[in-house]
Write a protein that binds this ligand. Structure first.
Ligand code: BYC
Length: 318
């Protein structure tokens, strides 16, 4: 057995024993690369995910709604920052990750390429998109890479607030006037299928799943999580008296889970290849924000250099 194979085997045993991998530990190069891919895509999703909601902050229907939405959007920025930091512990360069996002090379979640034409879309995003994100991220709190797992614990707490914020908007609309109820139903119709796509391709068509499950980066498969989400969300839609837009949705007594209709995978692949309804708009907004923030980065760098120079001078004097 070569030394490399021996180390791979020891690494697998370590992970199988439910131990956390930390930045200074030896790890297979493919493990490191998979994590950088997933964590950076996750960070990009948080940052791009601010865009569809941010354009509703000034139009939210009351001060209370504005404050809650503002806090939620700020949380997403924070999540992006934790996640870029987690990727940096794997020796990824933040500038490279951001350049890849801005050039369109890096992926981010398909869900953020759909438009938000009404206030009800903000309710549907919180309820369904954050609900789906929680299903996925609760499992990631037990991921094998320590810094990612720890970031997820805090992120999940905040996502719970986001989900309730969205569901409360949906409750208010669903109990409101016939027009408001229609707005809520239309938003559910728009966001249901894209939310199911957030979990990624079916297990059969997911190229990364097998290895990521073996290394305990992912603890549940894409289909398992999608089904858990559906089972949890159907009763919530019933409580709202809204109809899930899937005529094949049916409780399966044997599986104790819902059967559901076919997901439009052509739509999913089109969106992740950059041909969704809002891909161009999102990338243009992100690039514009990055350019407009150049002076902040320059000022932060100048301040850091000044602090460093002062520290060196004090050291020299001591
Ligand atoms: N969209 O082999 P697979 C949030 C890609 S944001 C785009 O199954 P994997 C929020 C996948 O990357 C939360 N691409 O991959 C923020 C892969 O491509 P590459 C976002 C997708 O990694 C603001 C290929 O398809 N959450 O909560 O094993 C406001 C094959 O897939 C998608 C995360 O990022 C997709 N939906 O599993 C509100 C969670 N699905 O890289 C809310 C962390 C798949 O080979 N990520 N692809 O070129 C994960 O858990 C996993 O990466 C996934 C995919 C389950 C998403």
């Amino acid at each position: 057995m070569t030394k490399e194979m021996d180390m791979m085997e020891q690494f697998q045993q370590y992970v199988d024993g439910e131990n956390k991998v930390e930045p200074k530990h030896w790890m297979p190069e493919a493990y490191r690369k998979t994590l950088i891919r997933q964590i950076s895509q996750h960070a990009h999703s948080e940052v791009v995910g601010m865009l569809p909601e941010a354009n509703w902050i000034t139009r939210a229907p009351s001060l209370r709604r504005k404050v809650a939405l503002l806090a939620k959007v700020q949380d997403e920025a924070g999540h992006g920052l934790y996640l870029y930091s987690a990727a940096e512990t794997l020796a990824a360069d933040r500038k490279d990750m951001i350049d890849d996002l801005l050039s369109g090379k890096a992926k981010y979640s398909s869900i953020f390429n759909y438009p938000t034409p009404t206030w009800a879309d903000i309710g549907a995003i919180g309820w369904l998109v954050d609900g789906a994100a929680i299903a996925n991220q609760v499992m990631l709190c037990r991921t094998s890479y320590g810094p990612y797992a720890r970031a997820m614990v805090k992120i999940c707490k905040e996502e719970s607030f986001h989900q309730r914020q969205g569901y409360e908007i949906m409750m208010t609309l669903a109990k409101g006037s016939p027009e408001q109820k229609k707005m809520a139903q239309d938003a559910l119709n728009r966001w249901w299928w894209p939310s199911l796509m957030m979990f990624g391709p079916t297990d059969e068509h997911s190229p990364n799943s097998a290895q990521s499950m073996k290394w305990k980066i992912k603890r549940k498969s894409n289909d398992e999580l999608r089904e858990e989400f559906i089972d949890k969300t159907v009763p919530q839609a019933e409580y709202l008296n809204l109809t899930i837009p899937d005529k094949d949705l049916k409780w399966n007594e044997d599986r104790q889970s819902y059967d559901h209709g076919e997901i439009d995978w052509d739509e999913f692949y089109n969106v992740i290849k950059g041909r969704g309804k809002c891909n161009k708009q999102r990338m243009a907004a992100r690039n514009k924000a990055h350019e407009e923030g150049a002076w902040v980065r320059e000022a932060a760098n100048a301040y850091a250099e000044k602090q460093e120079a002062r520290k060196q001078k004090q050291k020299g004097a001591a």
